[in-house]
Design a binder for this molecule. Structure first.
Ligand SMILES: [Zn+2]
Length: 288
């Protein structure tokens, strides 16, 4: 994959390259993290990659890449949505499904873009989309973007590969270490380890720095659970993806998001740590 057209963190580049090299490009990707604009840019990049005619994809200069940039490639469809909220209707999903069975016109695959899927798809549309994902046509790529994975059902997430863009904050080594310790605590059989690790959530500022890192690393572990691990991968993410099921990883991400909103709502931090430890413990010890 040619990354000269986009700035991505090394981890994400490695993830995409290994998918491409192993020819295990999933048929559905859900992109979270970053800003709305950075998600759109990443979608355009992946679109170009999917249809590019050159060997080193995306070249950004061939006729196919240029058509993606101008938004009129025949094999790339962007869900339009209807009404004030631009919601993606069940009819539009059904049309996409019907269209996805027809072979591509020009490119090697057809691409369908569903931006803000977490906000624009209601239950009915999600159910229809799930059916499409369960029996996907050949040579297609669905690109979903979402601000939060929380609004998307687990049934859909389990059939997509999640890719997380970096948020525009640089993480200090100390914060990273604290987040790693919490993640290690989650999978440690000794309950004390998790209690000790979450003790760092002692000030609001620290909690708001550490918890988003925990969440983003859980998301990385989730993406790893469907892709082959690589040598440079975070050790702790690899352990999490091995020890925990996808649905548990999603539930852990949700609990972390809840914790972040609790901090923002001024919930007492001692109470928060206790609650979070309890949630993490409940999720990791339940049956599925
Ligand atoms: Zn190209």
């Amino acid at each position: 994959m040619n990354f000269s057209a986009i700035s991505l963190r090394e981890e994400l580049k490695g993830q995409l390259s290994s998918m491409e090299q192993s020819r295990r490009m999933p048929h559905a990707l859900v992109i979270t993290g970053g800003s709305h604009a950075s998600r759109e840019e990443f979608v355009r990049f992946l679109c170009m990659w999917a249809v590019c005619k050159e060997a080193d994809k995306p070249c950004t200069e061939c006729s196919a890449c240029i058509k993606v940039k101008s938004g009129n490639h025949i094999d790339v469809y962007t869900a339009k949505g209807t009404g004030k909220t631009d919601s993606i209707s069940v009819d539009e999903i059904r049309n996409i499904t019907r269209d996805s069975i027809v072979i591509p016109n020009d490119a090697d695959r057809k691409v369908y873009i569903l931006t803000d899927a977490d906000k624009r798809m209601n239950q009915e549309a999600l159910n229809a989309f799930l059916k499409t994902l369960e029996e996907p046509a050949q040579n297609i790529l669905f690109l979903l973007t979402a601000e939060s994975l929380k609004a998307l059902p687990q049934t859909i997430l389990s059939r997509c590969t999640a890719l997380t863009l970096e948020n525009d904050v640089s993480i200090s080594a100390e914060i990273y270490e604290d987040a790693v310790n919490i993640l290690k605590g989650i999978v440690d059989t000794n309950e004390l380890e998790l209690l000790k690790a979450t003790a760092v959530l002692s000030t609001r500022a620290k909690a708001l720095e550490i918890l988003p890192v925990v969440r983003s690393m859980l998301c990385d572990a989730l993406s790893l659970s469907v892709n082959a691990p690589r040598a440079e991968e975070d050790q702790v993410c690899r352990v999490l993806s091995k020890k925990l099921t996808k649905s548990k990883l999603i539930a852990l991400m949700d609990a972390t998001s809840d914790a972040i909103s609790k901090v923002n709502r001024n919930v007492g931090l001692t109470l928060l740590s206790t609650w979070l430890c309890g949630e993490y413990r409940r999720i990791t010890s339940c049956a599925t």
